[in-house]
Design a protein around this ligand. Structure first.
Ligand SMILES: Cc1cc2nc3c(=O)[nH]c(=O)nc-3n(C[C@H](O)[C@H](O)[C@H](O)COP(=O)(O)O)c2cc1C
Length: 329
């Protein structure tokens, strides 16, 4: 009998397959199904700073700008924040009642602002860990890379000061020196890093000539960029590493475990297939381990990270020269 136990968020998980933050993890009844299907942990749907800003902006646009209105907006901002936090705290409580696996609260931050009070309230509501979904689109021409880096470091520092539960982060790949900066983040005392979040991306519809939102769900081929960076980063960080994006099968999950991830976070496949995807992936990992004679994840986890073996160059190779050089039409 093989054992799928792993550690991420500084927590013991019975499976490396984590239900990632999404609307699938926003209701206690659904969370119960994900746990029954064998999820190692649940990351709750994020509470979104941007959403609060958006609602605030809508209210501001509706009202004329008098002094008393500006005072009202301060009040409205406060009510909005309290309301979204109250809902979130309730969700944590319901999720904790429904399942025994770890429940990880998630905050999506676009500024290093007010998250300490939120983080504390989530800890007090019983969250086992906190994941900060950190992302700035580095599109401000007036900012430097250092300004953007500071947002990450400051947010982590402030939230860590507010809570005792493990704090992990989920990030994008938009950094000028990815390896060096992720290593720096990993040394801030955080419990784990998940690479790389998938975001809404713009596309263009040429028939209507409008800018639209591209596919929301990932495809099974989207895993290759996180895989490269898992191989490069694993073994070089001061915290555990997990991966997300495009992980739809046991085979893909195994690639990440071989490259050095402690766990994988999945969302799109849960929309496509429901919680059964978790059972399918756990069984697939178990079957492969049994076939290879492995008893625990530690028997093979990280065996193909770049530092450890002869494949280092493969993780860093970027040009197809050889292939294009030989191909003729
Ligand atoms: C519909 C949808 C909603 C999501 N909502 C959140 C969210 O609230 N917070 C977050 O950190 N990530 C969110 N994500 C990102 C997922 O957690 C996941 O990291 C990402 O989709 C990549 O994994 P996948 O390829 O398995 O979908 C969402 C993804 C989808 C598809």
């Amino acid at each position: 009998m093989v054992n799928l136990a792993t550690r991420f968020f500084r927590l013991d998980l019975k499976s490396p397959v984590i239900a990632a933050s999404s609307t699938m993890t926003g209701h206690a009844a659904q969370i119960e199904k994900l746990a029954e299907a064998g999820a190692g942990a649940i990351v709750l749907k994020s509470i979104f700073e941007e959403e609060i800003h958006h609602q605030l902006q809508e209210e501001m646009n509706r009202r004329p700008r008098t002094r008393s209105d500006m005072e009202y907006m301060d009040y409205f901002d406060c009510v909005l924040r309290e309301d979204s936090l109250r809902h979130y705290v309730h969700l944590i409580g319901e999720a904790k009642k429904a399942v025994s696996i770890p429940i990880v609260a998630s905050i999506h931050c676009v500024s290093a602002g007010e998250w300490m009070a939120y983080a504390k309230a989530m800890q007090d509501a019983g969250a086992d860990a906190l994941e900060l979904n950190l992302f700035l689109v580095p599109s401000d021409f007036n900012k430097t890379g250092v300004d953007n880096d500071l947002f990450y470091l400051e947010t982590i520092r402030k939230v860590q000061q507010a809570v005792q539960i493990p704090v992990a982060i989920k990030i994008s790949s938009y950094f000028s020196n990815l390896a060096g900066f992720v290593q720096k983040l990993s040394e801030t005392g955080i419990a784990g890093i998940t690479i790389f979040n998938r975001f809404c991306t713009p596309d263009i519809d040429i028939s209507t000539q409008k800018v639209i939102v591209s596919d929301v769900l990932s495809s099974p081929h989207d895993f290759l960029i996180p895989l490269r960076w898992t191989g490069i980063l694993a073994g070089n960080l001061g915290c555990d590493l997990a991966a997300t994006t495009g992980i739809h099968s046991a085979e893909t999950a195994l690639k990440f475990l071989l490259a050095g991830a402690s766990a994988v976070q999945i969302a799109s496949v849960l929309y496509n297939e429901g919680p059964a995807a978790i059972t399918r992936m756990n069984r697939g990992i178990e079957a492969w381990m049994a076939e290879k004679g492995y008893q625990t994840l530690a028997d093979f986890n990280g065996s193909l990270r770049s530092r450890k073996n002869a494949f280092a160059a493969a993780y860093e190779r970027v040009q197809f020269m050889k292939y294009f050089g030989e191909k003729t039409y």
